[in-house]
Design a protein around this ligand. Structure first.
Ligand code: SF4
Length: 403
């Protein structure tokens, strides 16, 4: 079945689902209200967004150089750096590091979703747990994240309670409050964090200058995933590289603001495995945190996209998901429109980058061309123009190349 027909089949099912429609719309409404308030209260954020746009553009124009610099810096500070050309190579690299029969905790990562990492590690005989609450619910449901930062917006508290009962055996009473369920999950995941062999995270940004990984979050799970297990693996698309550590922190702040959660509860900066210099001021790696840090940089179409005039600007994306909240199509379909991993305006284009233009061109036909996504993107990606380019490719294909 072609990608457009497949998406339409899934979308038809949710168009009559009142709860789905209501909850996606409500979440989008909240985000639309919050972001302008945040930007009004902290005007410097708009300037930071402009700076992020500029540095991202510099990296896209010199991606090979920055990949090399980032890898050298990661190795210099005691980490191991890998460059995976595609999803299968990335899975194999991570699989070799993890091994079999291990307990793995993961923090939410769209890049892990892109390569099907959790399912792959499970197929090797590992026990794998998502630790972001929304992403854990998606794991239990066996579905797809419905937004890049709020994956489980389509689930009611009743549905969450029944998932926790059915899949984890929790004794959730009828009428349980969200707070009660969050506490149950917290205590369940604590035991996993404490015993985990490996923690796997994504990255909001990676500084080429220092090899540092920057991760922004609110739940506190990323601190545990990247701090407690003896091995930390970070998986990130090569477009996450920025020149300096200051640039990486700016990306984290801008991402949090345009996602509507500002200030973020936590910003994590990870520069190599844990270390101490408390004996004779000699630096020894491997203290209380991870003993090993592995950073897997994923190409999977990004280098080619950096040289493609239609797609290159999408590599500026910081995955704040604001284009999704604003899009009138997404407000009815959530991420069921966009491709297997990604969704919404940015999702269709990420599908084109990571799976090829043929996988995404048909999906672009659902875009209305209203340009709301363009106006709200913090790094000024011309999403509607790129989608129009994909529509042209699709129409050209329908006409058998005569368009
Ligand atoms: S231009 Fe298309 S993708 Fe962008 S907000 Fe409008 S309908 Fe959504």
């Amino acid at each position: 079945m072609d990608p457009l027909s497949k998406a339409l089949g899934e979308i038809r099912r949710v168009l009559d689902d009142e709860f789905f429609q209501e909850s996606v719309k409500r979440a989008a409404g909240h985000a639309e209200e919050k972001v302008p308030d945040i930007l009004d209260s902290h005007p410097y954020l708009k300037e930071l967004a402009r700076e992020v746009r500029r540095v991202k553009e510099e990296v896209i124009s010199n991606l090979d150089y920055y990949i090399e610099e980032a890898m050298k810096s990661i190795e210099r500070i005691g980490g191991k750096a890998y460059l995976a050309s595609d999803a299968s190579e990335a899975r194999e690299i991570v699989g070799r590091i993890v091994g079999r029969g291990k307990l793995v905790v993961m923090s939410k990562s769209m890049t892990a979703e892109e390569i099907g990492l959790r399912e792959y590690l499970e197929s090797l005989g590992n026990e794998v747990w998502e630790t972001d609450l929304g992403q854990l619910l998606i794991q239990l449901e066996g579905g797809k994240p419905m937004h890049s930062v709020a994956p489980a917006i389509h689930l009611s508290r009743e549905r969450v309670a029944s998932l926790l009962r059915e899949k984890l055996g929790f004794e959730v009473p009828e009428g349980a409050r969200p707070e009660d369920m969050v506490r149950m999950v917290r205590s369940f995941l604590r035991s996993k964090f404490e015993r985990a062999d490996v923690g796997i995270s994504g990255a909001n940004a990676i500084a080429a200058e220092t090899g540092s990984i920057v991760l922004v979050e609110n739940e506190g799970n990323i601190r545990l995933v990247t701090g407690l297990p003896p091995i930390h693996i970070a998986l990130a698309g090569v477009e996450k590289i920025v020149p300096t550590l200051m640039d990486a922190i700016k990306v984290a702040l801008v991402q949090a603001a345009y996602d509507g959660l500002y200030p973020p509860n936590y910003i994590n900066v990870i520069s190599g495995p844990s270390a101490t210099a408390d004996i004779e001021h000699v630096r020894v790696r491997g203290a209380h945190g991870p003993l090993q840090l592995h950073v897997v940089l994923l190409d999977n179409g990004r280098l080619e996209a950096s040289r493609n005039q239609l797609l290159r600007e999408q590599l500026r994306c910081i995955r704040c998901g604001r284009c999704q909240w604003e899009c009138p199509v997404w407000q009815h379909t959530a991420n069921l429109w966009g491709g297997p991993a990604y969704g919404g305006p940015m999702g269709v284009i990420w599908t084109a980058i990571t799976m090829g233009v043929d996988a995404a061109a048909g999906l672009s036909m659902l875009c209305l061309g209203c340009r709301r996504c363009d106006y709200v993107c913090p790094v000024e990606i011309p999403l509607s123009r790129i989608l129009l380019g994909l529509k042209r490719i699709y129409a050209h294909g329908l006409l058998g190349g005569q368009g």
